[in-house]
Design a protein around this ligand. Structure first.
Ligand SMILES: Cc1cc2nc3c(=O)[nH]c(=O)nc-3n(C[C@H](O)[C@H](O)[C@H](O)COP(=O)(O)OP(=O)(O)OC[C@H]3O[C@@H](n4cnc5c(N)ncnc54)[C@H](O)[C@@H]3O)c2cc1C
Length: 302
């Protein structure tokens, strides 16, 4: 039986030849909560892609401010993107597929309106008929059949991912989810297995990097981790602390843990992408497996 790490590596390897840029049209843009907007896109271009695991994510290639459609690059034989002359590069931002309907080919993403970065600015202004580019998908979760119980740990940027993971479980799956949000206004009604323990942790004004809520909640868990599978998605420093605790102090088996920095304090997504790409290329030059998530994880959590 594959572990979450093995299956994600296999999927990444399998989908690599399909990587290309796709386009989609915006269909709807609605306010879900004071800090969350749901943008729905539709595209025939999603046919045939290796998509469908919970928490799958795409890089949305956002048009620069003032434009309604992005100029998309093509992928060269070296695997690198290149733009036509005079093109204005789009702004890449990662968002989770909250819902995909294969009939209508509609896809929802939930965008956290956390500040004035390009993601929230786009979500605040985008209108039906606008276009967006897509690159991916990136796989984030797989439920290993032998997992005895699941631990899900994430902040509001990972709330869409956790929501899709909870929805995907069988009714009798044993799961604990710790979800950190700003305040009670961010709490959603989530579909989940019968006995799921969903614990909402509110920052109430504290910075996500200083709240310590997720690490404290995981440290407070009083149960053995034998046979457990854990998924962690949050700010890089928070993920680093929770990951170390699970591996070093709880003895969680490394292949049963998927941890990803969904954002990094003080860094834009573009700056992080650059850091990760540099680390990735260095590791490849040293002979690393390009499909090994650990290759980029190290740079991402640094
Ligand atoms: C696989 C994956 C899936 C993701 N899915 C989602 C999703 O479904 N919904 C979603 O909203 N986000 C999601 N994220 C996180 C999102 O991609 C990042 O938060 C991204 O930085 C947003 O871009 P931006 O334009 O808002 O801010 P950026 O321009 O990247 O950053 C501007 C500033 O805001 C800070 N910042 C970035 N994100 C946050 C945050 N969440 N809270 C507080 N400060 C922040 C940065 O440190 C920086 O100082 C996902 C990330 C990954 C890797």
């Amino acid at each position: 039986m594959p572990s979450i790490q093995e299956e994600l590596r296999r999927r990444t390897r399998q989908s690599r030849p399909q990587v290309r840029f796709r386009t989609a049209q915006v269909v709807r843009n609605v306010v879900l909560t004071p800090r969350l907007r749901r943008v729905t896109i539709a595209s025939d271009d999603l046919d045939g892609c290796d998509y469908g695991l919970p928490a799958d994510a795409w890089k949305f290639m956002l048009p620069p401010p003032g434009r309604r459609r992005p100029d998309l690059p093509t992928i060269g034989p070296d695997g690198m993107p290149s733009f036509a002359e005079g093109a204005v590069p789009p702004i890449p931002r990662a968002y989770t597929v909250r819902r995909f309907d294969p009939e209508t080919r509609e896809l929802d993403i939930d965008v956290l309106m956390h500040g004035s970065g390009p993601g929230p600015a786009w979500a605040a202004a985008v209108e039906p008929g606008d276009e967006v580019g897509l690159a991916g998908p990136r796989h984030e979760f797989f439920a290993a059949p032998e997992a005895g119980w699941h631990l899900l740990v994430g902040d509001d940027s990972a709330l869409p991912a956790i929501a899709t993971i909870l929805e995907s479980f069988a009714e009798d799956t044993r799961v604990i989810a710790f979800i950190e949000v700003e305040d009670q206004g961010d709490v959603l009604d989530l579909a989940a297995p019968r006995d799921a323990e969903i614990v909402w942790l509110t920052r109430d004004g504290a910075e996500p990097t200083d709240s310590g809520l997720l690490e404290k909640a995981v440290r407070g868990l009083n149960r053995p981790f034998d046979g457990a599978q854990a998924w962690v998605g949050a700010e890089a420093g928070v993920v680093r602390a929770v990951r170390r605790h699970l591996l070093d102090e709880r003895g969680l088996a490394r292949p049963s843990l998927k941890a990803a920095a969904y954002w990094k304090a003080g860094r834009t997504s573009d700056e992080r992408d650059q850091e990760v790409m540099t680390a990735f290329q260095t590791a490849l030059a040293e002979g690393a497996d390009p499909d090994d998530p650990a290759v980029t994880l190290q740079a991402d959590l640094a």
